[in-house]
Design a protein around this ligand. Structure first.
Ligand code: PLP
Length: 377
């Protein structure tokens, strides 16, 4: 049997990417602007619906940074952020000289716990510090408890930034992820459900917010024939070549969602009779995950296995797997940060594992994964 590496999540081209890229070259739109950039934004706006306006940017991290700037986050401010996430959710808070306040997860979606969120807000208000924004994340494509989180954000009048980097194609109560925040962000990094090699987007219901994002992303040039600047700008726009890849990827997004959901079903079937192993799936029909990554949790007492043992065994078989995101409040770089919650995210990190989830995994690769797991029984 072929023993090439099976990746967690690798780029999956749909077929027409090269045509869009060739067109960019043929028309000499080899720049961080051009018809593919506008077209990609329109595709995303149409896909998300809800009257969304989208600015295509160089990364999801750039989108988060601009979201914080647009919401007026400055040095000395506090921003609440889900602890269980990738560091890119939190780093832009520090770019602004602000302080992250981390909040624990709940066990159903692994995302920000509404109870701990409210506890954190009350505690900060009691100290005279009103958080400037809340960053909630749809981890691994699983929508967070949007009704509860939005209700709290509204009650305390704190803007919500929806980190939907991993959740394009997921829905909550029938509405697309990427439409729930005052500002939402998407990522098209190489490992995401669709990719532009690198890229991201900021999504908003306000046209003026989109315009502000594009203004800041293109060096904040005032309207003048010469170069004039009244504010600090950034070089965060998406290139026309990458946007061309994105346009082609949008044609296959729905297929990718279905294929990743099939991978989740594959693991549900594989572990059906395996005591002490649970596959991460939706807690109710309100949640529809793109299952960007399929994850499992181990109860070592029941299964006799822990996530590290499995990871090393898969590695020996040239199959990539990875522990869940290490919570931000446990990261050395954030060791001074405040944290509200208990040990939910720590428990998830200790017992969970992300498994190969790509929409491009072949039958043979699935068989290799199946065989590798059977060897552990
Ligand atoms: C939850 C989360 N937020 C933000 C990002 C940042 O996106 P990008 O890599 O496009 O900067 C990523 C992915 O990389 C992510 O997984």
């Amino acid at each position: 049997m072929n023993n090439t590496k099976i990746w967690l999540s690798s780029p999956h081209m749909g077929g027409s990417e090269q045509t869009f890229v060739d067109e960019a070259f043929a028309t000499n739109w080899v720049a961080p602007l051009g018809p593919h950039v506008n077209g990609f934004e329109q595709d995303l706006e149409q896909y998300l619906g809800e009257g969304m306006h989208v600015a295509a940017l160089s990364s999801g991290t750039a989108a988060l940074h601009l979201a914080l700037i647009i919401l007026g986050v400055k040095s000395g401010d506090e921003v609440i952020c889900q602890s269980m996430t990738f560091s890119a959710s939190a780093n832009p808070i520090v770019y602004q000289g602000a302080t992250p306040i981390f909040v624990d997860s709940e066990l159903e979606t692994w995302n920000m716990c509404p109870i701990y969120l409210e506890e954190a807000i009350k505690a900060r208000l009691a100290k005279g510090k009103k958080p400037k924004a809340i960053i909630a994340v749809h981890l691994y494509g699983m929508p967070f408890k949007a009704d509860e989180i939005i209700a709290i954000a509204k009650r305390y009048e704190i803007p919500l930034i929806e980190d939907s980097a991993e959740a394009l194609g997921s829905t909550y109560k029938g509405k697309k992820c990427g439409t729930f925040g005052d500002i939402s962000i998407l990522s098209f990094n190489g490992n995401k459900i669709i990719t532009t090699s690198g890229g991201g987007a900021l999504a908003t219901k306000e046209r003026s917010t989109k315009e502000k994002a594009i203004f800041l992303a293109t060096q904040a040039r005032d309207k003048a024939p010469h170069y004039q600047h009244s504010s600090i700008g950034y070089n965060y726009r998406l290139s026309n070549i990458c946007a061309g890849i994105g346009r082609a990827q949008m044609q296959v997004l729905d297929d990718h969602v279905q294929l990743r959901r099939n991978m989740n079903q594959f693991y549900s079937d594989l572990f059906m009779d395996w005591e002490g192993v649970s596959v991460f799936t939706e807690p109710s029909s309100a949640f529809y995950s793109n299952h960007w990554l399929s994850c499992i949790r181990m109860d070592e007492a029941l299964s006799g296995l822990n996530s590290e043992k499995i990871r090393l065994h898969l590695e020996k078989n040239n199959i990539e797997s990875r522990p869940l995101w290490k919570p931000m409040h446990l990261q050395p770089v954030f060791k001074e940060a405040l944290y509200y919650g208990a040990s939910v995210s720590e428990g998830l990190f200790a017992t969970g594992l992300c498994l190969p989830s790509g929409s491009n995994l072949t039958l043979e690769e699935k068989q290799r994964i199946r065989v590798a797991f059977k060897q552990l029984v």
